[in-house]
Design a protein around this ligand. Structure first.
Ligand code: VGL
Ligand code: ZN
Length: 197
């Protein structure tokens, strides 16, 4: 098997002090750095929104962060402004190794969010990552990073659905945990055939 490590959204805005801080988000950086040498390929994803993105509560009059609204493609949680293209908040944590093979940016279309590294939140628009992995002969994936219950979760479920042998290293992830979202995500990943270790 050719095995890639997919490092999800290890960016300043998801770490303590950031706009959408995940508790303990920075505590997994050293573990992830150490894992990188164990894999045939290392891919970093980067949440990368234009200012005024439709997933930001500030783009919807009268709405506040962490509410859910109906978008044309389905329900969407509204977030504080985060990971705006080119800002310090969108940059990778400064201690994260950045000698990986590919940086995959997602969430760059104004009208649609993208939790998954494979498909945007309409579950249909591809990011191109599947083609990259297949053309490199990669058939097994281990996912780590932020946040367990959003971008790691949706990336892992899509990866398994596409036929990749998919593992999530839970100790190298941290969750937002909104209204039980961590438990629901864990169950959804199990159901999709993702190995959780
Ligand atoms: C994420 C919420 C909004 C994530 C990204 O990386 O899990 N969560 N944008
Ligand atoms: Zn985002």
């Amino acid at each position: 098997m050719t095995h890639a490590l997919i490092v999800i959204d290890m960016q300043n805005d998801f770490c303590p002090g950031g706009a959408l801080a995940v508790p303990g988000g920075d505590a997994i950086v050293a573990r992830i750095n150490a894992m990188m040498d164990e894999f045939d390929a290392v891919i970093l994803t980067q949440d990368w929104h234009p200012a005024g993105h439709s997933s930001f509560a500030s783009s919807h009059a009268g709405r506040t962060p962490f509410e859910t609204v109906d978008m044309p493609y389905g329900p969407q949680v509204l977030w504080p402004d985060h990971c705006v293209q080119g800002t310090t908040g969108a940059a990778f944590h400064s201690d994260l190794r950045q000698d990986g093979d590919l940086i995959l940016r997602k969430g760059f279309r104004h009208d649609i969010d993208s939790y998954s590294a494979f498909f945007e939140n309409d579950q249909a628009t591809p990011t191109g990552l599947e083609g990259y992995l297949r053309s490199r002969g990669i058939d097994a994936l281990t996912l780590v990073g932020l946040a367990t219950d959003f971008c790691v979760h949706f990336s892992a479920v899509d990866a398994a659905g596409l036929g990749f042998d998919t593992t999530v290293r839970m100790g190298a992830c941290r969750a937002i945990d909104l209204d039980g979202s961590l438990a629901a995500a864990t169950e959804a990943m199990r159901r999709a055939g993702v190995t959780l270790i």
